[in-house]
Write a protein of this length. Structure first.
Length: 170
């Protein structure tokens, strides 16, 4: 629905060099859907963004971090690289901007290659971002598009949603 409600923002995000990613059409627990429903959730958004911008998205973050092997296979069939985060800002709890900054900057998982989860609709996220970005840059971190962080071949996702290079042993 975000694409339909804010089409000019979608175009601006892409024009400024950011990745556009898919988060599904209806924000459902994807592991509970049939493969056909999973594909529809992905491709309905994909088609809207493609029509609006001409861009083929290839990054997918499952709602709620809910994924399983079947979802990974459907996502790859649809030419998506599933991604997860390793640092949750907890911005969705609406504890305030200072809480977001502290939660991220002091997170035990924060490190090179971290993906930080923030929500565009959370109450205090916009207020926290300038200070959070400055704090992390002052600590030596750089910000890059997610597409520059991910493995595209020869990886698997572990139980925490991290990409691990190499083929998983079965």
């Amino acid at each position: 629905m975000w694409v339909e409600s804010y089409p000019e923002d979608v175009k601006m995000i892409l024009a400024e060099g950011h990745d556009l990613g898919n988060h599904s059409q209806n924000h459902k627990n994807m592991s509970q859907l049939s493969d056909a429903e999973k594909e529809k959730e992905l491709m309905s958004v994909h088609d809207k963004v493609k029509e609006l911008t001409g861009y083929d998205m290839f990054l997918f973050r499952p709602p709620y971090g809910d994924y399983d092997t079947k979802l990974m296979k459907v996502a790859r069939k649809c030419n998506y690289y599933p991604i997860q985060w390793d640092v949750d800002s907890l911005d969705w709890k609406d504890y305030g901007a200072d809480s977001i900054i502290k939660t991220v900057a002091q997170n035990e998982h924060l490190g090179n290659g971290s993906i930080i989860l923030c929500h565009n609709g959370a109450r205090y996220t916009a207020e926290a971002l300038d200070i959070l970005i400055r704090t992390l840059k002052d600590a030596g971190y750089q910000f890059v598009p997610v597409s520059e962080l991910i493995y595209r071949d020869n990886y698997y996702m572990d139980h925490e949603g991290r990409q691990i290079p190499g083929k998983k042993e079965r």
